[in-house]
Write a protein that binds this ligand. Structure first.
Ligand SMILES: Nc1ncnc2c1ncn2[C@@H]1O[C@H](COP(=O)(O)OP(=O)(O)OP(=O)(O)O)[C@@H](O)[C@H]1O
Ligand SMILES: [Mg+2]
Length: 240
């Protein structure tokens, strides 16, 4: 692992009206590393991703990416700088084909001249649907298309929001292997997920959040032995 983090989030704050969805979150992420971001519903995980990828501007704190401050920079610039994300609820262009969806995404980013849409589709086992409208995909396939869309911009930092939800066990395994392979290739991944089996398979370490703050950082195994983590999860109600 390289000594310098690719991403450093420090004291991040996000308010919606009077409500602090993020209340001072801090963590970092290295190239080739998979960091899990876990916590109960509403703890601020998606908001974290939305701010890092430039969908929202932060109300406080700093984000340093690749040696520069990026908080508040627009998504389209950050995509070109190597940050992309998947969505908790993917919304592909339903009337475009699977291949066209990925082509549009590639165009939005700044892919290398040798970028090969068909190789990406076949790698993600979407090749047989390439010429079908995205509307015909089931939800697992739409999640995979959403990953393809993000990968098409060749990110250095990939923010993954509940990609595993709704996948069957075989699909879960394949998705976990894909994410690990991306990290082995040097990509940094932030993986938000409720399924702890999936987190266990893909992450090097986790940050546990509650009410807009991180309160634990370490391996999943050590998190599961932490009384405060246990309390937050057992008291966290619905997960999914
Ligand atoms: N655009 C918004 N406007 C107002 N409130 C918002 C907005 N986005 C998020 N929130 C609120 O901020 C809090 C954190 O939401 P967020 O979606 O980040 O949680 P989460 O950890 O991703 O939850 P889940 O596990 O259910 O996906 C919630 O109370 C949510 O209702
Ligand atoms: Mg969420």
């Amino acid at each position: 692992m390289s000594p310098d983090p690719l991403l450093t989030v420090n004291g991040l704050v996000k308010r919606f009206g009077g409500f602090r969805a993020l209340d001072g979150v801090s963590f970092n992420l290295h190239p080739g590393e998979v960091l899990g971001l876990v916590g109960p519903n509403g703890s601020g995980k998606t908001t974290c991703i939305n701010i890092i990828c430039g969908l929202y501007a932060p109300d406080g704190g700093t984000i340093t990416y690749d040696g520069r401050t990026i908080g508040g920079e627009k998504s389209h610039r950050l995509v070109k700088a190597g940050i992309n994300r998947t969505f908790q609820s993917p919304r592909p262009f339903l009337s475009l084909t699977v291949r066209e969806n990925v082509e549009v995404a590639a165009h939005y980013g700044d892919p290398a001249p040798g970028f090969d849409v068909d190789a990406l589709l076949s790698h993600l086992e979407l090749d047989r649907y390439a010429h079908r409208p995205a509307a015909e995909l089931n939800s697992a396939q739409q999640k995979t298309l959403d990953l393809a869309r993000a990968m098409a911009t060749e990110p250095k930092l990939l923010l993954v929001d509940e990609l595993a939800a709704g996948l069957n066990p075989a699909e879960l395994n394949r998705m976990a292997e894909r994410l690990r392979a991306l990290a082995d290739g040097g990509m940094a991944l932030l993986v938000v997920e409720h399924l702890m089996g999936f987190i266990d398979k893909v992450t090097d370490r986790v940050v546990v959040m509650a009410a807009g703050k991180e309160f634990f950082g370490g391996t999943l195994a050590s998190a599961m032995k932490d009384p405060e983590v246990i309390r937050v999860f057992l008291g966290g109600g619905h997960h999914g």
